[in-house]
Design a binder for this molecule. Structure first.
Ligand code: 5AD
Ligand code: SF4
Length: 472
């Protein structure tokens, strides 16, 4: 950690990394053709944001960013550990890179992110993936120049689980989009939900300084970014590690004061920390769309307690009522886990009851996946996969009906949409998202990042369909 930094938990990328950046630059500059770097991302938006920093750092050291692994000289795989499936996918892709390394012995493969923070995964990489050169945990991603320089200089592997209680400022960022940006406001998680691996692989909560966040958002708005999403594992606990009482509602209110043509989203929230004050800031906001992602996880109080979530179904429902009272047009989405250890049929029904009561606009649902080292993985009553899959199907069938009906209410309305340009599946159609974050398909052309107004003519559970109209 830098001694030059004003705050003892802040790493200054410039001063800490300069010698390594220079060493890698010397290597890339000496090559007849600029080396290429391919970054592959698994997992959540936080990982997408982290990958934008990995690509930014690689580009700043002389790598050309490529979108195919075949020609790459550096491959960075940013991994996810949230469920077993995510880890298996990453390992399988890395397995396919073996032949690339055989063709190009200079190829450097680095595995970054959540999966490699687990000792058993590093042991597996050490033994069975000899062509992986280094592992880089999330809290030290800013040390990419150092890891690369060491591997290049010493020619030795660096399979380590180094972690720091750090907020790194000053990393170059190579953003994927020129109208939609991710801004991490904090890192890590202190909640230890009993099923979740995140606190073990991303460390304790560290909040960025408000001034750094405000400066970044201002810069993005000035460069024409239209949608800015604030990221954190639990944004509602932003600032709890600060002594001055400055918390998430204050940050959101301050960001909302920025002048410009943009919207401000945030994720993810935790029902135990989401406050009425936050809802009031949203309701009064100028740039904050009426859309809220509030993970419920389960509808039974016994399961919520086993999950270590620290709220009851009643408290959750109260928060939803307050949101709807203040913002009647709000769209609400959630995360649900089915088949948590010992969940009975009746307890699963309680989750369905909450769905019927709240009428979420969308849910992200998961079958419980045991994570090594978490309390839930050692609980009695692990549920067979086929029971989990059957519960998931019932959950989705109910949610489809609800989402259909929720979206049907929007038919006939003219909604503001941030265009994402041509649809990837059908180039004759254009797509975008409403302020309430619903996907819309429309026929008339609109550039990426352009605001359009769309008259909704038809609705389905997952999308709306309509025609572009002139702005009123
Ligand atoms: N199994 C299944 N789903 C999980 N999630 C987190 N950990 C697990 C797990 N072990 C889900 C939660 C969380 C979302 C990001 O992933 O619903 O909100
Ligand atoms: Fe995992 Fe819970 Fe932290 Fe979310 S709040 S990252 S579910 S431990």
């Amino acid at each position: 950690m830098s001694k030059n930094c004003a705050k003892n938990t802040t790493a200054c990328v410039d001063s800490d990394m300069t010698p390594y950046i220079n060493a890698v630059r010397a290597y890339t500059a000496a090559r007849a053709v600029a080396p290429r770097c391919f970054v592959l991302t698994f997992g959540c938006q936080q990982n997408v944001a982290d990958s934008e920093r990995l690509a930014g750092m690689a580009a700043s050291m002389g790598y050309v960013i490529t979108d195919t692994p075949e020609q790459a000289d550096l491959i960075l795989v940013n991994t996810c550990a949230i469920r077993e499936h995510a880890e298996q996918k990453a390992l399988s892709v890395v397995g396919q890179y073996k032949h690339l390394r055989e063709k190009n012995p200079d190829l450097i493969i680095g595995l970054c992110g959540c999966m490699v923070a687990q000792e058993h995964r590093r042991a597996e990489l050490k033994k069975s993936y000899p062509y992986v050169s280094f592992t880089l945990c999330t809290s030290v991603l800013y040390r990419l120049p150092q890891y690369l320089a060491e591997v290049l200089e010493k020619g030795k592997r660096k399979i380590v689980g180094e972690e720091e209680h750090t907020v790194a400022e000053g990393c170059p960022v190579r953003r994927e989009s020129n109208y939609r940006a991710w801004v991490s406001i904090m890192y890590g998680c202190n909640n230890f939900c009993s099923y979740c691996i995140v606190p073990y692989v991303r460390g304790r909560e560290r909040s960025r300084a408000p001034d750094d966040i405000i400066a970044e958002v201002k810069g993005l708005v000035e460069s024409g970014y239209k949608e800015i999403t604030l990221l954190g594992q639990n944004v509602n606990s932003y600032g709890k590690d600060r002594a001055d009482g400055y918390r998430f509602p204050h940050l959101l209110a301050d960001l909302d004061k920025i002048e410009g043509d943009f919207i401000l989203r945030f994720m993810t929230s935790h029902p135990k920390d989401a406050t009425r004050e936050l809802i009031d800031v949203m309701a009064a906001g100028r740039h904050i769309p009426h859309s809220f992602h509030l993970p419920l996880q389960a509808g039974s109080d016994r399961i919520l307690s086993l999950m270590n979530r620290h709220y009851t179904r009643e408290k959750y429902l109260e928060m939803i009522s307050y949101m709807r009272e203040k913002m009647p047009d709000i769209s609400i989405t959630t995360d649900i886990i089915v088949a948590f250890p010992s969940e009975t049929e009746a307890e699963f029904e309680e989750t369905l009851d909450v769905l019927r009561h709240v009428r979420f606009d969308m849910i992200y649902s998961f079958i419980y996946s045991p994570r090594k080292g978490t309390p839930a993985a050692a609980m009695e009553g692990q549920i067979p996969h086929d029971v989990g899959a059957a519960r998931m199907n019932r959950l989705l069938a109910l949610q489809n009906e609800i989402a259909d009906a929720q979206n049907e209410k929007l038919v006939g309305q003219c909604l503001r949409v941030l265009s994402e340009g041509e649809s990837k599946t059908d180039p004759s159609t254009y797509t975008g998202r409403t302020d309430q974050n619903k996907i819309v398909f429309f026929t008339d052309p609109a550039r990426e990042g352009e605001w359009v107004t769309v008259k909704i003519e038809r609705a389905a559970a997952f999308a709306l369909y309509g025609t572009k109209v002139n702005k009123a």
